[in-house]
Design a protein around this ligand. Structure first.
Ligand SMILES: [Mg+2]
Length: 233
């Protein structure tokens, strides 16, 4: 049995990174770049349609070409969901950069310091996310990419949590066993389920303080991983 510190696998959205509500920014960008005026409700409705389409199809974006195709498709869905006058004033192609700029990802304030501290304690670190290939760029832009050893996306792997395959792929890439490893995430139906199926201990991030499922260790933010050294070793 190895005494090496266990691997720590971390979900991305809601765990390491978040994004500001995109509708107000979309509304401002539509006005600035395209001379199109919409209400906040209209911008929200269009973003909801786009996000629903993206969630259904993001695992198709496995490389630069398929990512570009998905983004064009999402921009078309966004455009179709705008009021007629706005829709007629912009093309889907012109909306692609506007859509991307409306969704601004940022790392949670404690994410970088906690990753550095975990690495300092010798834990192998991986991000395991249901995300398209663009996650690598998001982690780079938010300053987190260099702080983890491995990044596994569902799109590139062809399997998504709650399937345990992404967690197993991360452990393989890290050369770490499931025994002693943790998977940290914010979605019980994906993160806790995948962790249990992979034989990895789940740790649930509950930033809103909601009660975790029975028997699941919960932390309010990532600093909770450092506050309980007896539990995370
Ligand atoms: Mg999440």
């Amino acid at each position: 049995m190895s005494a090496a510190p266990g691997a720590v696998l971390l979900d991305a959205l809601g765990t390491l990174v978040t994004f500001a509500p995109p509708a107000p920014r979309l509304r401002a960008l539509l006005a600035e770049r395209h001379g199109v005026g919409v209400t906040l409700d209209e911008a929200q409705a269009a973003m909801r349609a786009e996000i629903a389409h993206y969630r259904r199809h993001h695992d198709r974006a496995v490389d630069a070409a398929s990512l570009a195709a998905l983004r064009r498709e999402c921009a078309a869905v966004l455009r179709d969901a705008l009021p007629p006058a706005a829709r007629d004033a912009v093309s889907a192609d012109a909306l692609v950069p506007t859509l991307l700029d409306a969704i601004a990802f940022s790392a949670y304030p404690e994410a970088a310091e906690v990753l550095d501290a975990l690495r300092g304690r010798g834990h192998p670190l991986a991000v395991v996310s249901n995300w398209d290939v663009s996650l690598h760029g998001v982690l780079r832009d938010t300053g987190l990419a260099g702080r983890v050893d491995v990044v596994v996306t569902s799109a590139e792997l062809g399997a998504a949590k709650p399937d345990p395959a992404p967690l197993r792929a991360a452990l393989r890439a890290l050369g770490a066993p499931a025994a002693g490893a943790r998977h940290v995430g914010d979605t019980p139906s994906e993160d806790v389920a995948a962790a249990r199926a992979a034989g990895v201990e789940p740790v649930l991030v509950v930033r809103d303080g909601a009660a975790p499922p029975p028997g699941v260790r919960a932390i309010r933010d990532l600093r909770g991983l450092l506050d309980a050294p007896a539990a995370l070793r």
